[in-house]
Design a protein around this ligand. Sequence first.
Ligand SMILES: C[S@@+](CC[C@H](N)C(=O)[O-])C[C@H]1O[C@@H](n2cnc3c(N)ncnc32)[C@H](O)[C@@H]1O
Length: 250
Amino acid sequence: MPDPDFPPGFVSLVSAGPGDPELLTLKAARRLSQAEVVLFDDLASGPVLDHAGPQAELIAVGKRAGRPSARQEAVNALIVSHAQAGRRVVRLKSGDSGIFGRLEEELTALTQAGIPFEIVPGVTSASAAAAAMGIPLTRRLTARRVQFITGADVTGQLPGDINWAALADPSVTTVVFMGQRSFPLLAQGLIAHGLPGDTPAMFAEAVGHPGQRLLRSTVAELARLLHDQGPASQPGLILYGPLAFPPQTA
Ligand SMILES: C[S@@+](CC[C@H](N)C(=O)[O-])C[C@H]1O[C@@H](n2cnc3c(N)ncnc32)[C@H](O)[C@@H]1O
């Protein structure tokens, strides 16, 4: 059945959620089933792609730290050319595409080319990580805000313009994306700016994927652990702040 909301030459920027296909939205699953071309990132692959229909051409345009990846300009050009050829295009990105997802570059390319598009929001890995651990992202009486930060700038290093007062605020839940490598350095700065080293922290690796690993720790201990662990092979998030871990049983 033709869908007037997803006509030929239209691009749907679909958020894939953290990896578990049950965390796709109904709209994301529908767009995947309707698409003629699906351009997907590494982190938006696996079983979520089973929702694509048999007519769909699946094209990997993966971007993963430390691995060769398609350049952003090449990805933009590919999306534009498929849409200009009159195909119904899904651009599939992990988590919620609007969170550290290079969405703006693709929106700009589409706008400049005069291609109609929509954004389908999704479940960010930040909420999926807290849910997998069995805790809320914001603890009612002690967390005054939640902040999502990146642990890597465009060069892969800890950003140089860190707002230490905000990041070392003990009344905030902070979620660090792309921060496994830089967390030891970040933690050092946080502690130097007054955040207690025993502040609760958790590490959530490959949330919603078969290799999911959840670790409950503290800022100081997690920094040591990630330092000793060396380069990461899976995507991971760090959460720290007034996390509502249940009391440890002996
Ligand atoms: C380019 S960002 C994309 C974030 C995505 N838009 C989101 O909302 O989850 C990639 C980073 O997100 C985090 N990430 C994405 N998917 C993840 C998952 N399934 N488990 C743990 N971390 C994940 C990791 O920090 C990874 O390095």
